[in-house]
Ligand binder design. Structure first.
Ligand code: PHE
Length: 339
C-alpha cells in the first residue's frame, strides 16, 4: 500500500526519472519481482486473495510507466523508444499551380459540355489531306499561305507532311470516321511559322468546335457562341459577327466581343475600338462534308475555332504571349487553384 501511494503520486517529464521508476518497480531486480518471489512461499489459501492484489499492483505500475512514457514521447523529449522530436517545425513545401492555358481550356470545355459537346483529339503531325485538301484548300491555292506552315516532308505517298496549322484536321478525322450527328470540341496545339513576339508565336493552342446534324442553321451557330461568351466572360458581354473568309466554311464570320477589360471604353487590348476578335466560325462548306463522306443534302453544320491564348489574355490581362511558354515560376505561381 505504501508502494501504491508512491506509484499513484509519481509524475515526471524526465526520461531519466521515468527510467529509474521502471528499474525500481518493474526491473528484473525490482520491487515487483521481489514481491512475486516472496509470494511463491505463501500458503495456497492466501495465494488466491493475495494473487489478485498483487496483479492489480503490477498492472498499476505498468500503466503508470506506459502513460508517462507516451506523454514524454509526445512532448518530443527523447526517450529510448523515440528519438524523433515532434516539436520541431516541419520543412515547408510549395503546392504546384495549373498552367493558365490548362485552366482556360478546361473552362471552355466545361461550358460546351453543358451543350452536349464531347472532346476529340488527333495527331499534331498531319498529312496534306487532313490539314488542307479535305478542308477545301485547293492545290496551289494562295489560301494555303494564310497559315504559314512548318513542313516536315514535301511530296511523298500521302502528299506533304506538316505540323498541323489548326485543329480543323481533327474535324476531318472525326467526320471520316462516322456519320452525323457530330457535336465535339477539338482542343490542341497548333504550329505556324511566325516570328516570335509579344503578339505571335510559332505555336499556340486552339479549341475548335464542330456541330453537324440535320437542319443546323447559322442561327444555331450564333446562339451557341453567344451562350458560350456569356458563360465565359459574364452576362452582358456583347458579340458581333463580321463577314470573313475560310476555305472550309461558307458563309464565314469572325466574332468580336465587347472588350472585357475596358468594357468598351477603349484600351490597348482592343486598340481603342471597344471590340476584340476572339474566334473564326461559319457553316461547314458542303464540299468539306462530301470530302468526308457525308451527304451534304441531308446534313448541315457549323464550325468555329479560337486560340486559347487570346481567350486567356482577355481573362487574365496578359499582354505578352511569350509568358505562356517561358515557364517562369513567378508567372505560373499566380494561377493556384483548388484543383
Ligand atoms: N481553322 C481556323 C483557323 O485556324 C479557325 C476556324 C475554325 C474558322 C472553324 C472557321 C471555322 O484559323
Amino acid at each position: 500500500t505504501q508502494y501504491t501511494a508512491e506509484i499513484n503520486s509519481f509524475d515526471t517529464t524526465s526520461a531519466e526519472e521515468l527510467e529509474q521508476f521502471r528499474i525500481r518497480f518493474l526491473g528484473t531486480k525490482g520491487i515487483i519481482k521481489d514481491i512475486f518471489d516472496e509470494f511463491k512461499a505463501v500458503s495456497p489459501e492466501e495465494k488466491r486473495t493475495l494473487g489478485k492484489v498483487l496483479n492489480e499492483f503490477k498492472q498499476l505500475a505498468e500503466a503508470k510507466y506506459q502513460s508517462l512514457n507516451e506523454s514524454i514521447a509526445d512532448s518530443g523529449i527523447k526517450t529510448e523508444d523515440s528519438k524523433l522530436d515532434m516539436t520541431l517545425p516541419g520543412e515547408g513545401f510549395e503546392v504546384g499551380a495549373r498552367h493558365p492555358l490548362a485552366l482556360v481550356r478546361r473552362e471552355i470545355i466545361e461550358i460546351f459540355n453543358k451543350l452536349g459537346f464531347s472532346v476529340a483529339e488527333g495527331p499534331e503531325i498531319e498529312d496534306d489531306w487532313h490539314n488542307f485538301s479535305a478542308l477545301n484548300f485547293p492545290e496551289e491555292h494562295p489560301a494555303r499561305d494564310m497559315q504559314d506552315t512548318f513542313f516536315i516532308q514535301k511530296g511523298g505517298e500521302k502528299g506533304d507532311i506538316a505540323l498541323r496549322t489548326h485543329t480543323s484536321s481533327v474535324q476531318v478525322r472525326m467526320m471520316e470516321a462516322g456519320q452525323p450527328p457530330f457535336r465535339a470540341l477539338m482542343p490542341g496545339r497548333v504550329y505556324r511559322n511566325e516570328a516570335i513576339s509579344a503578339r505571335a508565336h510559332c505555336f499556340f493552342h486552339q479549341v475548335e468546335g464542330l456541330y453537324v446534324d440535320e437542319n443546323v442553321s447559322f442561327a444555331d451557330l450564333k446562339q451557341t457562341l453567344f451562350y458560350f461568351v456569356q458563360e465565359l466572360y459574364g452576362e452582358g458581354t456583347k458579340v458581333r459577327f463580321r463577314p470573313s473568309y475560310f476555305p472550309f466554311t461558307e458563309p464565314s464570320a469572325e466574332m468580336d466581343i465587347s472588350c472585357t477589360i475596358c468594357k468598351g471604353a477603349g484600351c490597348q487590348m482592343c486598340k481603342y475600338s471597344g471590340w476584340v476578335e476572339i474566334l473564326g466560325c461559319g457553316m461547314v462548306d458542303p464540299n468539306v462534308l462530301e470530302n468526308c463522306g457525308i451527304d451534304s443534302k441531308k446534313y448541315s453544320g457549323f464550325a468555329f475555332g479560337m486560340g486559347i491564348e487570346r481567350i486567356a489574355n482577355l481573362k487574365f490581362e496578359i499582354k505578352d504571349l511569350r509568358l505562356f511558354s517561358e515557364n517562369d515560376v513567378r508567372f505560373l505561381k499566380q494561377y493556384k487553384t483548388a484543383i
